[in-house]
Design a protein around this ligand. Structure first.
Ligand code: URA
Length: 264
């Protein structure tokens, strides 16, 4: 096997595969050692070495995709269930935010919710508690939910990023790309009637557009076949109470879509 092997990512790759419940038989290559094979099963491989065995030649895997930087391995995320996904997120090291976070913030609420709210990224309180929207914005979101007859237990709340960006800066593209597969799988598993993107960053990221929030608030969009609306982020409402009335209009639309789609 030639150069470019993903030594740094290989543990994460197997962890993803294992938490997806896969039996992994794969070969690793080292530029200095003989080829080695890894054969393990779900629940194993707590660290780099455990679960690794040097297989007899007869058992060596001689075919299969070569894992290189140009050809990264499939993550397995798209076949994970919610529990596997939670485990994968908890151990995620896909971007540098893993080194500054206190906790990952997986998402919270009803895994069979009809409405999923998607914010931007955890803030300080969320990072400390591992739960989305628990700070001032979260308290306001709870009130908004109550105004349309819901509690947090009725809906699901997630973010574009699972980890807090330092000093609450905007998510960077590389972080969004690293994280988006997790949210995509969560949304696929929950399969809600409607997604409500909270703020410009969530709206732009989910819809893969650079349109302004003003434009995004107009109309009903779709994300992988799921209806999606965009409204103001609760933090924006805290800064500017004038946004409360248009947000209320958005929430009435959200409730209407949810009620109409309840039988879908
Ligand atoms: N802001 C967000 O976008 N998400 C949170 O979880 C908290 C604040």
């Amino acid at each position: 096997m030639s150069g470019g092997v993903l030594h740094g990512d290989i543990k994460k790759y197997f962890r993803d595969r294992l938490s997806a419940g896969n039996m992994v038989v794969y070969r690793l290559a080292s530029p200095v050692e003989d080829e080695i094979a890894l054969k393990t099963s779900p629940g194993q491989m707590p660290d780099d070495r455990e679960g690794m065995v040097r297989l007899p030649d007869s058992e060596k895997v001689v075919s299969g995709p070569e894992v290189t930087t140009e050809n990264p391995p499939a993550s397995g995320i798209s076949s994970m269930d919610m529990a596997g996904l939670r485990t994968a997120v908890a151990g995620c090291e896909r971007c540098s935010l893993s080194s500054t976070r206190t906790n990952t913030v997986f998402g919270d609420g009803n895994p069979r919710a009809r409405i999923v709210f998607v914010g931007e990224a955890p803030g300080r309180d969320e990072d400390l508690q591992g739960v989305p929207f628990v700070g001032r914005s979260g308290k306001l979101l709870d009130k908004i939910l109550a105004a349309i007859g819901f509690t947090r237990e009725d809906v699901f709340i997630a973010n574009i990023l699972k980890c807090r960006p330092p000093n609450n800066r905007d998510p960077q593209d590389v972080e969004v790309v690293a994280c988006e597969e997790y949210l995509a799988r969560q949304l696929q598993l929950i399969d809600p009637v409607v997604i409500c993107a909270l703020g410009r960053v969530a709206g732009q990221t989910l819809l893969k557009t650079k349109e302004s929030l003003r434009v995004l608030r107009e109309g009903i969009h779709h994300y992988n076949g799921i209806r999606l609306i965009v409204t103001y982020h609760p933090a924006a409402l805290l800064r500017n109470p004038n946004f409360k009335r248009p947000t209320w209009e958005d929430m009435k639309l959200l409730k209407k879509i949810c009620d109409e789609g309840a039988g879908d």
